[in-house]
Design a protein around this ligand. Structure first.
Ligand code: EZ4
Ligand code: CO
Length: 403
């Protein structure tokens, strides 16, 4: 049996912070898992170094489900982003090892491909509607079949999703949280204008998405959904915070615009009521923050029973290891919807050499054994950790709001 002989965490900042777990086995095979929790990176590193790695040594690397259950039930303190990200990193690394030992890409172990590739959506953003549409046109020309549209709100600096660098959107931008200003009243009329202009300029042969990023009250989100209906958005994402899940019933009663939720969820228990009550259309849980490949598959299987498809989060704060793992899941499940894809910087791609590739609007994980992604430790060492926080948002009168 391939025994786990060693494991370590590697922190690197090739443009942004990433935490990677690397597991070694007695067979000489190694595996990698993404353990990055944006803005709280070192808490996951400590959880792994201090509380998980000592328990892994000597275990059979093939027993993925058993190790998952051991870490989940054995923690006693269940769920939460730090615990579930740590378990996810172990899980990913073990699937990587199993694939390498079998000589197969992970998607083959998960049942094989269900489709030619994984449809991804890119991020088009700009300070103005015209800017945003120009960017979206570039994605279309590059072969994308789906694009997320975000635009500046007049009078508001630092609108979510709008960045100075049009190519790489990076919200964790400062040593202490940047303060941004928000107004739902100003934002609400802008998005339907953006979508009207986008359909006019780009036509109907492209999926258009929008991320509300938890900013609206339920009744405001309902109105936005209604206002966008004529433009047939693929989805609106995180229309309101999801702690109170009944809020989605209210939104649902008012609009047929599809709803996507779950990028900050970390367990099937966060997803269960929304899925079983058919209050959402796409579940956005990620392989990194929701317990790894093993747990994400379970969430996808539950969603499939209710006609809910996946639309996994794929922001730059999820490393190429996470992206690779997500693609293996996406390719192998029946109810895949779409995969978010924010390109990483050239430095990040160099630290994490990977087999996945983009063609015709789709990503494919490639056919390298395992996840098909590695970490170049020498390259990683050149980019030491730099503290970075996500921004916060306040209303114009100073009231703290959801960022
Ligand atoms: O703000 O990943 O859909 N994508 C998003 C992201 C999140 C970041 C937070 O770490 O909402 O841009
Ligand atoms: Co989002």
């Amino acid at each position: 049996m391939p025994k786990i002989t060693a494991a370590k965490t590697i922190v690197t900042c090739p443009g942004r912070n990433f935490v990677t777990l690397k597991i070694e086995t007695s067979d000489g095979v190694t595996g990698v898992g993404d353990a990055t929790l944006n803005g709280r990176e070192l808490s996951v590193k400590s959880y792994l170094d201090d509380h998980v790695i000592p328990c892994l040594i000597g275990r059979d690397a093939h027993r993925i489900e058993d190790i998952w259950q051991y870490l989940y039930k054995g923690a006693y303190w269940r769920r939460g982003p730090v615990t579930m990200t740590s378990i996810a990193a172990v899980d990913m690394a073990l699937w990587d090892i199993k694939g390498k030992l079998a000589g197969l890409p992970v998607y083959q172990l998960l049942g094989g491909a269900n489709r030619s590739g994984v449809m991804v959506y890119g991020h088009a953003n700009g300070e103005t509607i015209d800017d945003t549409i120009t960017r979206a046109g570039e994605y279309l020309a590059a072969g994308y079949r789906a694009v997320r549209l975000q635009t500046g709100v007049p009078g508001m600096t630092g609108t979510y999703g709008v960045s100075k660098d049009k190519f790489f959107y990076e919200p964790a931008d400062a040593d202490l949280p940047t303060e941004t200003v928000w107004s739902s009243e100003r934002y609400l009329p802008v998005v339907p204008e953006l979508f009207a202009a986008a359909r006019e300029a780009l036509g109907w042969d492209i999926h258009l998405l929008h991320d509300v990023h938890h900013r609206l009250k339920p009744i405001e989100a309902a109105r936005l959904g209604k206002d966008l209906e004529p433009y047939r958005p693929f989805w609106i994402e995180d229309p309101t915070p999801a702690e109170n899940q009944d809020a989605f019933r209210l939104i649902r009663q008012h609009t047929t615009t599809p709803l996507a939720v779950g990028e900050i969820f970390n367990s099937i228990w966060d997803c269960k009521a929304l899925i079983e009550n058919q209050l959402i259309d796409y579940i956005r849980a990620t392989v990194t923050h929701a317990g790894g490949i093993t747990h994400l598959r379970r969430i996808a299987a539950l969603a499939d029973l209710y006609g809910v498809r996946t639309g996994c989060h794929g922001a730059t704060d999820l490393s190429p290891v996470s992206m690779a793992a997500a693609l293996h899941v996406d390719l192998s499940i029946p109810n895949f919807g779409v995969q978010e894809y924010m390109r990483h910087t050239a430095e990040t791609d160099a630290v994490f050499p990977h087999a996945y590739a983009f063609a015709d609007g789709q990503l494919h994980p490639g056919d390298a054994p395992g996840l098909g992604v590695d970490i170049d430790e020498a390259a990683a060492a050149k980019f030491p950790y730099r503290r970075a926080f996500l921004p916060v948002a306040r209303l114009q009168d100073g009231t703290m709001h959801d960022w």
